[in-house]
Unconditional design. Structure first.
Length: 247
C-alpha cells in the first residue's frame, strides 16, 4: 500500500513497532517519493498521542488515515491470559479509535479527510482459535461504520471506508489452511487503494463474502449454518495448523 500510494503522488507516513522493518520499507521505496517512519507501539496510548503530535508538527496533519495494524494469538480462548486478551483488543480495536481521535479534529476543521479501517472477514463470522481476534474485528467494524454514519449525519466531507479481507498471505496467518483461496498481498493492497479512491463505504475481499455470509446467517438455523461454514466451507478448521508469523 505504501508503494501504491507513493506512485499516486502521496507523501507516506508509516507507524510501526518494528523499527528495522520500517527502515527496510523506507529504503526500498524512498526513490518513489516522500516516505518517513515513526517507531510506535500503538497499544500504548501515550506513544500514540506523542507521535501524532510529531506528525502534526512536521506535516501539519494528514489527509488519509489507514488503520492497518493487527495481531492474533491463535489459541483457544481458555489458553489466553489476561495480557494476551488486552493486547489484542488494544492493537486491533482500541488503537484505531485512539489514533483516529488524534487526527479527526483537524479533518473536521478543514472539512476534508479519509479514514480507512482494515478490519477482517473474521468480524463477520465466528471461528475457533480466533475468539479474541474476531471480537476485536467485530468491534472495529461496528465503530468504523458508526463513524461513517456520524460524518454523514453531521454533513462532513470525511469519508470512512471499512475493509473486510479474508486471510492474506503476509505471514501473519502462516499455517492457515483454507478451501477458500488465501488472498495475495499485492492484489489486496490494490483493491484497498481503489476503495479509498472511489470513496467506498465497506469493501469485502473477496467481494461476495459480506452478502453471502449475512444472507446465510439470516436464513439458516444455527446448526445448519455451523455445518455449512464448518463442513462445506471448512472455515472452522482453518486455524488448526496456524503457526503465525515467524520471529
Amino acid at each position: 500500500m505504501a508503494r501504491l500510494l507513493l506512485e499516486h503522488g502521496a507523501k507516506v507516513i508509516i507507524w510501526d513497532i518494528d523499527e528495522s522493518k520500517t527502515a527496510d520499507v523506507i529504503s526500498e521505496f524512498s526513490a518513489l517519493g516522500v516516505i518517513v517512519g515513526f517507531t510506535v507501539d500503538i497499544s500504548n496510548k501515550k506513544q500514540i498521542k506523542d507521535t501524532a503530535k510529531k506528525v502534526k508538527q512536521t506535516f501539519g496533519g494528514i489527509d488519509i488515515l489507514i488503520n492497518n495494524a493487527g495481531i492474533i494469538i491463535g489459541d483457544y480462548f481458555h489458553q489466553y491470559n489476561t495480557s494476551n486478551i488486552l493486547k489484542t483488543m488494544d492493537v486491533n480495536a482500541i488503537a484505531p479509535m485512539v489514533i483516529t481521535s488524534e487526527f479527526l479534529q483537524e479533518m473536521l476543521a478543514k472539512n476534508s479527510g479519509h479514514i480507512c479501517n482494515i478490519a477482517s472477514s473474521g468480524g463477520l463470522i465466528s471461528n475457533p482459535k480466533m475468539a479474541v481476534y474476531a471480537a476485536s474485528k467485530w468491534a472495529l467494524i461496528g465503530w468504523s461504520d458508526s463513524l461513517r454514519l456520524e460524518m454523514k449525519q453531521l454533513k462532513k466531507n470525511i469519508i470512512v471506508t471499512t475493509i473486510l479481507p479474508y486471510y492474506i498471505s503476509t505471514g501473519m496467518f502462516e499455517g492457515v489452511r483454507s478451501k477458500i483461496p488465501i488472498l495475495n498481498p499485492e492484489t489486496t493492497a490494490l483493491k484497498i487503494i481503489k476503495a479509498i479512491e472511489k470513496n467506498k463505504k465497506m469493501v469485502t475481499i473477496p467481494g461476495y463474502t459480506y452478502r453471502f455470509t449475512r444472507f446465510a446467517q439470516a436464513i439458516l438455523p444455527f446448526n445448519m449454518f455451523d455445518w455449512f461454514a464448518g463442513s462445506v466451507l471448512g472455515i472452522y478448521s482453518t486455524m488448526e495448523h496456524f503457526t503465525g508469523r515467524k520471529k
